[in-house]
Each structure stands twice: as structure tokens, then as C-alpha cells.
Design a binder for this molecule. Sequence first.
Ligand SMILES: *[C@@H]1O[C@H](CO)[C@@H](O)[C@H](O)[C@H]1NC(C)=O
Ligand SMILES: *[C@@H]1O[C@H](CO)[C@@H](O)[C@H](O)[C@H]1NC(C)=O
Ligand SMILES: *[C@@H]1O[C@H](CO)[C@@H](O)[C@H](O)[C@H]1NC(C)=O
Length: 548
Amino acid sequence: MKGGAQGMKISQVSLVLIGLVCLTVLALAWTKTTFLTSFSPTQSRVLQLDLEEGPKEILEGKNNSVQTGIKQVESLSSSGTEVAVEMGNTENVAITDKGENPASVPDKLLGGKSKSKQAEIALENSLTVDSSAVKEQTRNLSANTGKKESLPTVLERTGSEDSGVKDKSKQGETTRQKPLAVEPSVKREQTRNSSATSGEKDCNYAQGKWVFDDNWPLYSGYGCKQWLSPMWACRLTQRTDFEYERLRWQPRDCKMEHFTGRKFLQRMRHKTLAFVGDSLGRQQFQSLMCMVTGGEERPEVQDVGYQYGLVKARGAVRPDGWAYRFPRFNATILYYWSASLCDLEPINASNPHTDIAMHLDRPPAFLRRFLHGFDVLVLNTGHHWNRGKLNANRWVMYVGGVPNKNRKIAEIGGAKNLTVHSIVKWVDSQLPLYPHLQAFLRTMSPRHFFNGDWNTGGTCDNTTPLSGGKEVVQEKSSDPVTASAVTGTGVKLLDITALSQLRDEAHISRYSIRATPGMQDCLHWCLPGLPDTWNEILFAQISSPTKS
Ligand SMILES: *[C@@H]1O[C@H](CO)[C@@H](O)[C@H](O)[C@H]1NC(C)=O
Ligand SMILES: *[C@@H]1O[C@H](CO)[C@@H](O)[C@H](O)[C@H]1NC(C)=O
Ligand SMILES: *[C@@H]1O[C@H](CO)[C@@H](O)[C@H](O)[C@H]1NC(C)=O
């Protein structure tokens, strides 16, 4: 009997203990997030992709070199050799093998640590969801009280510079309290913004400053598996500094509408947005897919690539682009790979080793064929305009349908200038036929190789955001060739060069899983990251009521 009583006591005590533990966990979880369900994304998925997809893609890249014709040329720079080819030029393009790939490192490192890492990831996820939930609540609140947008504006502008240096782990606590604090500088900002609203039409989104914002980024770098390439998801690498994710661009003279996926889709109902350009354009495309979905899985989104001929050719690593349709809104977002923005045509189609005619003055066939169906077009080119890359791709300059003889055009700068002017002129000539079309030309995305170039040990190691300044005050674009091309046309400039120039800490840097060891990627950007800002500025401009 005595033993029985003791047994009862012990089980009672343990029941109480278990209850206490459960309560504590619940309470903790509750303070961290209003949505317990946000813990659901599982770590196993994250690691699998991290460890398997990188090396697999790289190995596939090797086979890719057996292909022929244009496909070979195009995939060369979008295959496993992408980093090398995109970043600089050319020969001896290095392909990492599995053993050297940094992506295989976590396998060993995470052996004992995976639990805490998992917790960390869950926490990160919950924080992201949490902050957006707060935003949503605030927005609803302001809608109910009839105070139009004033609260969210305050909320969105509270991320001050001082809060920027804070430890990421403390963010959970600060996010909730922040919205109440209105700093003097914030008030000034609002006054200026409201007075600028009337003159929004000619406001310059390129002028402004970077501010830290606890509500950024708009999606988690652990999520968006459906669209975000693991090679650009810096959260899946060994990188540990993520301050760069929280920087938001604040234009000086324009009120920039806060981006939400819902607003975007509503505005794009029955419409199609197309990115056409190089791998930086592809980054912007992936960024937009993640922003629109909030990084959440969307099984209902349809792959409609086949409607644009964007299907994987036999033996190719990937198609020349992707197209996705949101069925509820009948809105489509697509990307087409055209690094030079001019037409490429094999000189001898029956010869697998043929040179490719690069028709500088002729738009890509894809655009000629599908432009009529686009409502928003975002073009970009830039980093493929160098001698090494032209040679590696066997691109031969043609003008007027014949090999170019003009020496000024033969120089890379002259050729690029001619192409950029030609494509803009052509798009401009099509605008009267398609009044629904809004066309943008994005300016150059800057590279940040210090102490060398992409293939001579150049680095972008700085992890302190904005160490070179946070503000753009100049009126002129830092990319005069692109800016001059659109002058006097109906094509708009998406001018992101100067504001991106301030963000040398936001590249993939040493955490590239594609480049050879020791080589850094100071060309592409971490996602979430800078291209999100390009899209926010794009969204602000397509939302302008000058065209419907
Ligand atoms: C979807 O949008 C396209 C225009 O982009 C339009 O032609 C088509 O009729 C729409 N489909 C439906 C089902 O509304
Ligand atoms: C095209 O290439 C094929 C195969 O290499 C060759 O037989 C043919 O002569 C070439 N045609 C021209 C016009 O050069
Ligand atoms: C670029 O091309 C345009 C149009 O062909 C021309 O007017 C301009 O002078 C060129 N600029 C440079 C720097 O070559």
C-alpha cells in the first residue's frame, strides 16, 4: 500500500511537471507568434534541398556541354557553369565537383547540431509570419477606424537606423512594440510624402535612402522552395549575417506603396508580367514569385511555360524560362532568358559547332512572338557584354542582317549601346499597337568585386550594411547608356543602379555553392534581398494610374 501511494505521488508529480512544461512551451510559443501553425515548415525538407539539389544541378551541368546550337549557348550560361560565365568571361569555366561543393559541408557540421538549427529555423519562420501578421492586423485596424493607411504608414516607417544593429534573436520582442513609437524623423517623412503625392508622376524612385525595417523581408529565405533556387537562398548556406535582409528602400520624393501579394495580384488580374533578360532578371523573377506568395507553398499555381514554348529541350538542364499563372486572378508572371536582348540565330543550323549570329538591331524572336500578350514587360541586359563571353558563346555581331563591319559598333560598348537603343526603339514602336502594355528597361545591377575580379580572387566580404553610405542624392542615373536609350520614348526606366551600388554586403559572396572554392559571387544577390526592392519599385510604378 505504501508503495502504491508513493507511486501515485510520483505519477502525480510527473503529471504536474509535464503540464508545467507544456504550459511554458505554449506560453513561449504564444508570445512569439499568434499563429502556432507557423511552426509547421519542417527542417528535413530544407536540408534535403540544400544538400542534394546544388551538387545535382552542377553535375548535370557537365553533361550539358554536349548539346548543340543555340540551346548549348544559352544553357552554357544558365547551367552549372553559371556563376563563372555570368560573373566575368569565359574560357576554362570551372565546374565544381561534389566533393568541393560547400553545400556538402553542412552534412558533417549539422550532425550534432541539427536540433538547435531546426529550432532556429522554426523561430525564423515564426518571426517572419509574425511580423506580417502584425502588419495585417494593423492594416485591418486602420481600415475599421477609417483612418486611411495612416497607421500602417507609421508602422512601416518605424524601422529606424538605431534598431538596425540589433541582434536578430531580439526582434520578436521589438516587432510588436515598435508600431506605437513615432519618431520625429518619421513625422517629417510623412509630411513630405503626403505633399509629394500630388507630384508622384514625376517623382524619382532612384533617389532616397536605405532604412532598417523589422517588417522586412517579405518572405523567409527558408521558404519559397517552389521558386527560389537554392543557390541564391543564402539562408540555406553557411552565411550567418542577415542584417542585409532588413533594409528597405525609402524614396525621397515619392510615397512608395507597401507591396503585398494580394494587391499585386488584384492589380494584375487577367494580366501578364514578363521579365526578359539575363540571370539578374531571373533573380528578379524569383524574387517576385516569392514576394507574391509570401514564400508560402501554392499548389494551385499553374506552370504554363508550354504556352510560351518554355519547355525543357532534350538534354537541356532547364528550359529557357518559366511561366506561372495564378488561377484565381488569371495573372501570369514569366521569365525568358535573353542575356543580350538581341536575336540569336545559328549561322548554319545543321552544324552543331556553328557560330551564332547576334543580330544587334533585331529583338529576340521570343519578344516578337509574344509581346502582344504582355501587360508589363521588364527588360534588362548588361553583364554579358564583354569580349570573353561573346567568344565563349560564339556570338558574332550582325547588323542589318549581315556581319558587322562598323568598327565603332564592333567595340563592346558600341554594340551594347546599339542593341539597347534598338530594343527600346522597337518596343516603343509597338506601344501604339498594344495600349495596355507598360514597358520598363531596368538599369545595370552593379558588381562589387574588390581586390581583384571574379576570376582573380575578387571579394565582397563586407558584412556591415551601408558602410559606404545609405543615401542616393544624385538626379542622373548611374547607368547613362540605359537611361539615354529610353529618353523620349514610352519605355520607362527602372533605375536601380545607384541604390544597389550601396549594397555591397548583399551579394552571395563567399557562400556561392556554384563557384569554385576561393571564388566569390559578387554579381548575384542573396534572396530575399536586393531584387525584392527592385520589384517594390516596379510595383509602385505599374500601380501608377497614368495607364490602366
Ligand atoms: C485571362 O486573361 C487573359 C488576358 O491576359 C484573357 O484573354 C482571358 O480571357 C482570361 N481568362 C479568363 C478565364 O478570364
Ligand atoms: C553547314 O554545316 C554542315 C555540317 O557541318 C555542312 O555540311 C554544310 O556545308 C554547312 N553549310 C554551309 C552553307 O556552310
Ligand atoms: C548610342 O546609340 C545612339 C543611337 O544609335 C546614339 O545616338 C548614341 O550616340 C550612342 N551613344 C554612344 C555612347 O555610343
